[in-house]
Design a protein around this ligand. Sequence first.
Ligand code: NAD
Ligand code: UDP
Ligand code: UDP
Length: 315
Amino acid sequence: MKTSQRKQILVTGGAGFLGSHLCERLLAQGHDVMCLDNFFTGSRDNILHLLDNRRFEFIRHDVTFPIYLEVDEIFNLACPASPIHYQHDPVQTTKTSVHGAINMLGLAKRLRARIFQASTSEVYGDPAMHPQREDYWGNVNPIGLRACYDEGKRCAETLFFDYHRQHGLEVKVARIFNTYGPRMHPNDGRVVSNFIVQALRGEPITIYGDGSQTRSFCYVDDLVDGILRLMAAPTELTGPVNLGNPGEFTIRELAEQVLRMTGSRSKLEFKPLPSDDPRQRRPDITLARETLGWEARIPLEQGLRPTIDYFAGIL
Ligand code: NAD
Ligand code: UDP
Ligand code: UDP
């Protein structure tokens, strides 16, 4: 790569599931990557294969504290993403989203660097509009168990757009819908990892509620493509833009698919539905399709294969 195109790129949350895949892709594009993480949910194992690369640097740091670095671009992904992890220390979750955003935006402002924010479909809460478009403002309980994550991410979006308007910062905000793939945390309680781990161990598949609630699952490679396209898009394309796979499945259908693909004889076990659990979720990705020329290409069955192989390898 010509040195003019080679950038110094900071990825916060880079030792996590999505972050580690993003670091890998940025290195493959020839960039220098600084991966910043406090290992709250991420791990050294996720980036072990990158540590020998001379263009890769790891920084152990908590984004809620200021940091002074020299970079050309920032991807802000630091934040626990699964209910079990973000509800473990909810005050820290809000701090990570809000103080973390302020620090990373302050850094971007000093450097005049373009900055990406990993926002989430959770900003739509339990949506009263289906599928969810970016102009829908959401239906979030501000004092519920999910609020530390949902409201933290909503406030981070506010900060991104205020830094954009007030300081002319180049911001890129993606609302990421449920994404899965290798390096998901096996104990993070998310549905794809839970079902695969349970099926592989022959344990009961835990369906919360009656399993009729829906989600749309995007494979990690598709998602990283979308993130990179948004970051490379012209300045005026700030988002927020939905990134996800519109294929919608009930949780019961997912359980049956995982059972078929693993050949497992695990039984289904029905458990109470957690509070504020959204009934339905599917992204409207018209905006991403029209402005970024992006859409998810990997269907659920195709993405589940390497994900199952990954979990079979680590269990
Ligand atoms: P993850 O838990 O694997 O990754 C998050 C990373 O952030 C971890 O490595 C963790 O150690 C790190 N981290 C947490 N708090 C930190 C702090 N205070 N300082 C520094 N590092 C910190 O989760 P993920 O699925 O890879 O999610 C990455 C980002 O994408 C998150 O911001 C999440 O909200 C967002 N997102 C993910 C999904 C999904 O389905 N995976 C959906 C929507 C949004
Ligand atoms: N900040 C940082 N690194 C930098 C620049 C700023 O961590 O290189 C932090 C700094 O601690 C500050 C925050 O980002 O509190 C917001 O910065 P900004 O310049 O927007 O605000 P101010 O410094 O006026 O509080
Ligand atoms: N879920 C389930 N069994 C599990 C884990 C999750 O039925 O073992 C359900 C959960 O109640 C929710 C859906 O699967 O309706 C997706 O849950 P996840 O935590 O993966 O993501 P989110 O709710 O944040 O979309």
